[in-house]
Design a protein around this ligand. Structure first.
Ligand SMILES: [Zn+2]
Length: 312
């Protein structure tokens, strides 16, 4: 069994020429390729394996992070045509706060401006706000494999290096500048995320809704109580939105091995999560069931045939 991770799945949007996304046509080709070559796993087989009542399933588990509108509008119908299962990991913060998560504000800025323009604007905004962008060696390894160096640097600074309050100030500044220049209005929550009633419809159609925390912060950087709140509050909102989750599953924001700890995994066990996903490009092994069920490995779709992202 192997899990595959998707984010944006859509056709190109002229307003966001640099947004990295999997083209809908490539998604269809990849799903059909996986179905033909290894099959698609079923929820009941995965749960039976985890409970010790069945063998490690073969086939791919398709997972979709960030609760994006693409998942309801584009992905769910494609899966329905194939009677295929998917797991959708939703960050719940935007439903309560009414604001888009910083990580997606960054994607939208990058998608609109491209890496070089965003990085230049970011440095100028930091200078005028008095925010120091000195590199932090702990995060030097993030995004090193991405070809667009300025985009990688902008994401590393914003996602990992600056403090949360500084990031919010910088994003406010960058968005305000674009609005003032007449380039783009500020996007709304409904522009970016699946609505709660649509989550319920997806669950009713046999898809699985899981938690991707509340605020999509790096959990390893939070105190245990804050991590517990991220987990418990997100599941509570999803229970409310869907009319009750039949069972719980979770995936770590960002998902690399340095973004969660043993504490996080223990908290997920305590919250009743049946399994969770990290980002680690290898198939799921049988002993993952006992050793790391809350951090099962997962491939980015771009490592598999037809999975290359389009856009810079
Ligand atoms: Zn995410």
């Amino acid at each position: 069994m192997r899990a595959v991770m998707y984010h944006y799945v859509r056709t190109p949007d002229p307003a966001l020429p640099h947004l990295r996304h999997l083209h809908t046509d490539d998604f269809v080709l990849q799903v059909d390729h996986l179905d033909r070559t290894e099959g698609l796993a079923r929820a009941e087989d995965v749960l039976a394996w985890l409970d010790g009542g069945g063998p490690l399933p073969s086939g791919a588990v398709l997972t979709f992070d960030d609760g994006l509108v693409d998942h309801h509008d584009t992905v769910a119908p494609i899966l329905a045509e194939r009677d295929a299962w998917g797991v959708f990991y939703v960050p719940t913060g935007p439903y309560r706060s009414g604001t888009i998560l910083d990580v997606h504000r960054i994607h939208l800025l990058l998608g609109r401006l491209g890496g070089a323009d965003l990085l230049a604007r970011l440095r100028a905004a930091a200078a005028s706000e008095g925010i120091d962008l000195a590199a932090d060696d702990r995060w030097a390894g993030r995004y090193v494999h991405q070809d667009d160096r300025p985009a990688a640097e902008a994401k590393r600074i914003l996602n990992y290096e600056v403090r949360d309050d500084d990031r919010a100030r910088l994003l406010d500044r960058l968005e305000a500048d674009l609005e003032a220049e007449g380039v783009a209005d500020r996007p709304t929550v409904d522009d970016v995320y699946v609505r709660p009633d649509q989550l319920r419809a997806m669950q009713d159609a046999g898809l699985t809704i899981g938690s991707h925390a509340v605020t999509h912060r790096v959990l390893a950087r939070l105190a245990p109580d804050e991590q517990r709140a991220e987990i418990d509050d997100s599941f509570a909102l999803l229970d409310e939105a869907t009319g009750g989750l039949p069972w719980r599953t979770f995936c770590f924001p960002y998902g690399g091995a340095d973004t969660y700890t043993d504490v996080t995994e223990d908290l997920l066990d305590a919250a009743g999560s049946r399994f969770g996903f990290s980002v680690d490009p290898r198939p799921v092994a049988d002993d993952d069931r006992t050793h790391r069920r809350q951090s099962l490995p997962r491939f980015d779709c771009n490592r598999l045939p037809h999975g290359a992202a389009r856009g810079a």
